[in-house]
Every structure is written in C-alpha cells, then in structure tokens.
Ligand binder design. Structure first.
Ligand SMILES: [Zn+2]
Length: 335
C-alpha cells in the first residue's frame, strides 16, 4: 500500500485482522466493501434478506439476490469473495442478541456497527467493553450520519453518550425520513477508516461523536467524556445482558420494512436447522408458498408475507405489530 501512514507493516496487520460486521444493510455493506478492498478478513452477520425496494442503498446486493432468496449476509459474502477469492470472509444469517454476541465476537480484533437500531448497538457496546474489543458505532439517516470509535480502558463508550437506548419512536428512523446513499457512503467511509486505524494502531481516532450532514456540508465533531457512573465502562454492570429475554418469543419491528422479526423461544444458534422442504409441503395445503430456497421458505397467508429461515427465525411482512407477527408465527409455523 502506497499510503505512508499505513505502509507495508500496516498492510500486513490489516491482512491478519478479523473484523465482525454486525448488520450488512446500507452502512454495514459499505463498510464491509471498503474493508474487503483493504484486505481485511471479515465475519458478516445479518438477520434479513434483500428486498428490491431498498437495493438503491445496497452496494453488495443486487436483483439476482432478491430472486434467489439468499440472506443478506450470505449474498454479501459471496460478492466479496468474487472481488477477492483469497479474502477470509464468513457469513452468519442470524440476529445479534445478548445470548449470542459474546460467542460471535470472540476472536475478532474489531467490531463495526452496520445495524439500524439502538437496541442491538447497546448489546454490541456492552459485549465489546466486556470483552475489551474496540468497536465503531456508525449510523445514517436522511442526509446525515454519525460515528464514534469506542475503546475500552478509560475512554468513553456509547452508554457514556446515551445512558439508555432511546425509546422506540423517539428518534428518526429510515421508516420515517428515509436515507440517502451519499450520507451512507460518507459516514461508512469514515467508520471503515477508523476500523483500519484501530487495526494498525494509527492516530488520530474519532473518540467523540462525529456528526456529518452531506446536504448542508456539515462535518462536526463533539467531545464525549467517559463517565465514572456509566453502567458499562464505569461500573461494569453491562445492562444489556441483564435484560436477556427469559425464553419468550422475541418479536422486533424492522426499520423501514412494515415487517417484524420473530425469533422463537429456546432456539439458540446451535439448534438444528428446521426442515424447510417439509414445512413448505405442509404449508402448501393452506397457504400460498411463493418462494423456496436452501435458505428460506416464503409464503402468504392472512394478508401477511412470512419468510421462514433455516434456523427457525422468521420475518413477517405486512405488519409492524409484534403481537400480530407472534400470533402468525404460532399459527402457521408453530413452536
Ligand atoms: Zn461508558
């Protein structure tokens, strides 16, 4: 690499590093793309599948992935391997939660945020500080983006900035205001470079909150102080792990999707795969099965479109009501 502040030694560190990318939508896909071009090994995790209407902001996904019913993480990993067949890249089509983040993060040098929600970011923040793994917060909404580089050991974390996740509905989401790809590209580019700086040990790093507005040409850093009373980095209470669900079906509305993600009770990531062909045959008698692949079965019933994944999770489209999604899951798939 010609850029002197990275150099040959930095390039070797990048090639030996492993980064966990949590969420491979607009921002996560752009970050993964930039890191792959720099030769950084990646683990991609995403719970969703590509949809035609939001391809305009996905750099690693295309129309064929929608038709083939391939989960975002798997499709994005295939695209990165096509760019560089020697790149180390793994994919997990699953959701990230307090019950699996520690196992997912183990062995990684840096975690980077490609999610669209603060609930997952607070799980990542608590896990990263607990494990002593640096992570980079990154989000984009409308024409704006925000990013912060978080390191353990006396430096501020996301909970120093926001003591609690903002309640649902309190912040703008891509549901309500949309997102422009140029804002994604700018903030994802900054976040990807912060990941590279962490790997090679370069300064300066963005340890406060950096806010950008690509429409208004604003690039504004804010200082964030580490708080001694922070439940994560100050007191080491790690509230995200205390809130672990007690085995109930977990249903979460998805940003901008008119859809709800459903994770059934008691199914960890190690659970056996569900019998997708068998379920598709059973559903064909009473529902309209519209797509089957090695990764998913999609069917329509009761005015909803349900996508069932091989690990038992489902995305219920046509509603943003978690209770309606839970009952559709129980009725059509069972527990
Ligand atoms: Zn903190």
């Amino acid at each position: 690499m010609l850029f002197a502040r990275i150099g040959a030694a930095g390039q070797a560190r990048l090639a030996a590093a492993r980064v966990l990318v949590v969420g491979v939508g607009a921002t996560g896909g752009a970050i993964a793309h930039a890191l792959a071009r720099a030769g950084v090994g990646l683990t991609l995790v995403d719970r969703d599948f590509p949809e035609r209407h939001n391809l305009q902001r996905q750099t690693l996904l295309d129309d064929a992935d929608v038709d083939a019913g391939i989960p975002k993480a798997v499709a994005a990993a295939a695209r990165l391997r096509a760019i560089d067949p020697d790149l180390a890249v793994a994919a997990h089509a699953t959701d990230v939660h307090a019950g699996n983040i520690l196992a997912l993060a183990a062995g990684h040098d840096v975690i980077v945020d490609g999610t669209d929600n603060f609930a997952t970011r607070f799980v990542v923040n608590d896990a990263a500080v607990k494990l002593g793994i640096p992570w980079v917060y990154c989000g984009a909404i409308a024409a704006t983006g925000a990013t912060m580089t978080i390191e353990a050991g006396g430096k501020p974390c996301l909970r120093c900035l926001y003591p609690e996740p903002p309640p649902p509905g309190a912040v703008d989401t891509c549901d309500t205001v949309g997102v422009l790809y140029p804002a994604v590209a700018v903030v994802a580019g900054i976040a990807a470079l912060e990941v590279m700086k962490l790997i090679v040990g370069a300064e300066p790093r963005n340890r406060g909150l950096l806010h950008v507005d690509v429409w208004e040409h604003i690039y504004q850093p804010f200082d964030v102080a580490a708080r001694a009373d922070c439940a994560t980095c100050g007191r080491h209470v790690f509230p995200a792990f205390e809130a672990r669900d007690g085995g109930d079906v977990l249903a979460t509305a998805l940003c901008g999707r008119d859809a709800v993600h459903v994770r059934p009770a008691g199914r960890g990531d190690a659970a056996a795969a569900v019998d997708l062909p068998g379920i598709a045959r059973r559903l064909a008698a009473s529902a309209h099965v519209v797509q089957t692949s090695a990764h998913l079965v999609r069917f329509e019933a009761d005015g909803l479109t349900v996508t069932l994944f091989a690990d038992g999770r489902a995305i219920v489209g046509g509603t943003d009501d978690p209770a309606a999604a839970r009952s559709a899951y129980a009725r059509w798939i069972g527990n």
